[in-house]
Design a protein around this ligand. Sequence first.
Ligand code: FUC
Length: 820
Amino acid sequence: MMRKSILIIFFICCLQAISQDTDGLKLWYNVPSSDTWENALPIGNGFQAAMVYGNVEKEIFQLNEATVWSGSPNRNDNPNALEALPKVRKLIFEGEYKAAENLANEKIITKRSHGQMFQPVGNLELTFTDHDDFSNYYRELDIEKAIAKTSYMVGGVTYTREAFISFPDRVMVIKLSADKPGKIAFSAALTSQHIKQNITVNGNNELSLWGTTSDHDGVEGKVEFNALARIKTDGGIITNTDNSLNIEKANSVLIFVSIASNFNNYKDISGDENQRAKDFIDKAFDKSFDKMKAEHIAAYQKYFNCVKLDLGSTEAAKLPTGERLKNFNTTEDPSFVTLYYQYGRYLLISSSQPGGQPANLQGIWNGSMKPAWDSKYTININTEMNYWPAEKTNLSEMHEPLLKMILELSETGKETAKVMYGADGWLAHHNTDIWRITGPIDGSFWGIWNGGGGWLSQHLWERYLYTGDKKYLESVYPAIKGAAEFYVDFLVEHPKYKWLVVAPGNSPENAPKEHQGASITAGSTMDNQLVFDVFNATINAAKALGVDKNFIKKLEGLKKRLPPMQIGKHNQLQEWLDDVDSPTDKHRHISHLYGLYPSNQISPYRNPKLFAAAKNTLLQRGDVSTGWSMGWKVNWWAKMQDGNHAYKLIQNQLTPLSTVKGGGGTYNNLFDAHPPFQIDGNFGCTSGITEMLMQSSDGAIHLIPALPDNFKNGMISGLKTKGGFTIEDMVWKNGQLLSVKITSNLGGNLRLRIPNEMQFESGNKLNKASGENPNSFFLVPKIKDPVISGASTIQPLQLKKTFLYDIPTEKGSSYRFVLK
Ligand code: FUC
């Protein structure tokens, strides 16, 4: 026993030694970005953001602020929907899908805004004349400190630039320095692509860019913003022109940039952008750089340092980031996965802070006035995926902007439910924006999906499962219940099957040939799974709070009438009520696998045939796809307990975009490529890597459920589980779990599922588990038996053996387990 502990400690030390040998958690390059936005490096504090180009002669900081969106407060419901609803339903039930889709286009899809655009603020441009002949070039993004740095040499002088966007001070700070005195000389200007803009120079040390956002889709742009750049020099002189500041002979220079808008919330834009921008910069300007930097790092690391991951390291880690990306598919570079994993956490901390806006399709980084899909919120997968890593990678606070948006949607979506469908409760269709629109957009093929409220409300409930915070649950319960109330009114009996179904709805963005190529449908598998989850979450939340007994009964009754999942003739999980899936369909959305992940309705232990059918669906759809789709597949293959297949998807994702045929990949700055850049793939993959190492959704905490051969040895610390446990210092070697410490933050039964037998560190035995987990946070849904098509030959899969233990825990205590 004693010897085993010593060996384990020795192994942990070895892993730590390995990690100290590497370049650490940095993206670095020995060439500037030039004019490629996807080469630049992202920094941000959830409110303000920048892409740092690291160009020598003309440095660019492309600026963003999270509330700079086109348009102004507006709604986009289509009141004609109510009258058309029975006709659309009738056509669907008669199999006239194309006609139903046409009618929905005419009567249900909005005739107003199709969503507004997240827009850039402008650029801060620094021009260094005579710096074209440089050497020793280096730039990096240190994701352990959230600081970007550039250095190079000209004429025997080494120049260094550091930039960060302070979390506590709410401003960007750039420090320019040189290793010889009096050498800093450049001119600074603010530029912008906005039509309504005003650039001024205030006094001899401040630039101001004021602007108004664009009109779009019939909505007048009324967000006003102000960016200030104020300069402090050590030595030297500053002169100005009409639109620039010129600095000469300085020893070092600090540039402070603050940005603010008039946005207060989705219905109020009466704030004073000028005063706000001034207040931030005034407060920061007198602080010392070192103090600001230290406080910024401390505030960032409070979140970032909560999770440590070590998968080992090889020589491959010594190359610049772009080279590692190129080589990743053909070399062993496990610490590149660690870097990518932690980069996902970095991006979430930098784009989503309490009190701010949730991360949109591009997080908070966008340089285009008309970005792809408006860089808004697509809520039929993308926005949810952004937040999959939040709770489990110990970034619960970063979840808050999304949770707040969901509560706001529960306000705006209430009117949509009433006006468009005559229903109580609330809903959102497949997109929203900063104005919290909830009407259907884009066209019937995409927009007739009303599950936005259903899916998002799961985030409110899940947060409770991780934190056990009853007060919080009480505060969000009306929104959870409201999502259920909508379905109570909207569900309708299917004339053929007699099940209660969502109609119209769709299986996001996919359509079978047999439905005349129309996506509009009744009772898609995903819709059924969503309604089931919404009802369960409401029932369980009401029970936890001791409220709404009658409503619980009502939902229990309705739940029984929902369609079961079905296994079709290709041994697949059916996507639609009728068995029309094509085994050659490679569509990127595999929405019916929502039931496998992020939901937990499909389990190898509770419904093994469905689990096998889900695997067949995954195999039939194939691997290569758009970025986020591959990110989702990492999670699914982790749920399949197939680490090698999950790793293959990571390889597909971590491929330079230019080399991928027909799919996404990764840009030089490790932004995920849909293409173009879409941040969901980054977050989806970070979530998926977590699911390979730990899952807590199937009635137990399952440790190392899906290790690939490439991560045979490793350590992770700080993951959070449902039920309020923290997994610390988990070490595995050769695929065996060696040791782990688990802290119980809420008390209650700890059920562990692990690949090998373990015992307490003291040598005491663990109790084998059986039956239901008595810990109420590990609720597993009881689903109906699937309907299996006569043509199906489905068989359960053989899974690796696991060991299941029950450990009673005390709130606040830690428990250490070692190999038996
Ligand atoms: C959905 C997806 C697309 C893209 C867009 C933002 O429409 O089908 O692939 O991610 O959202």
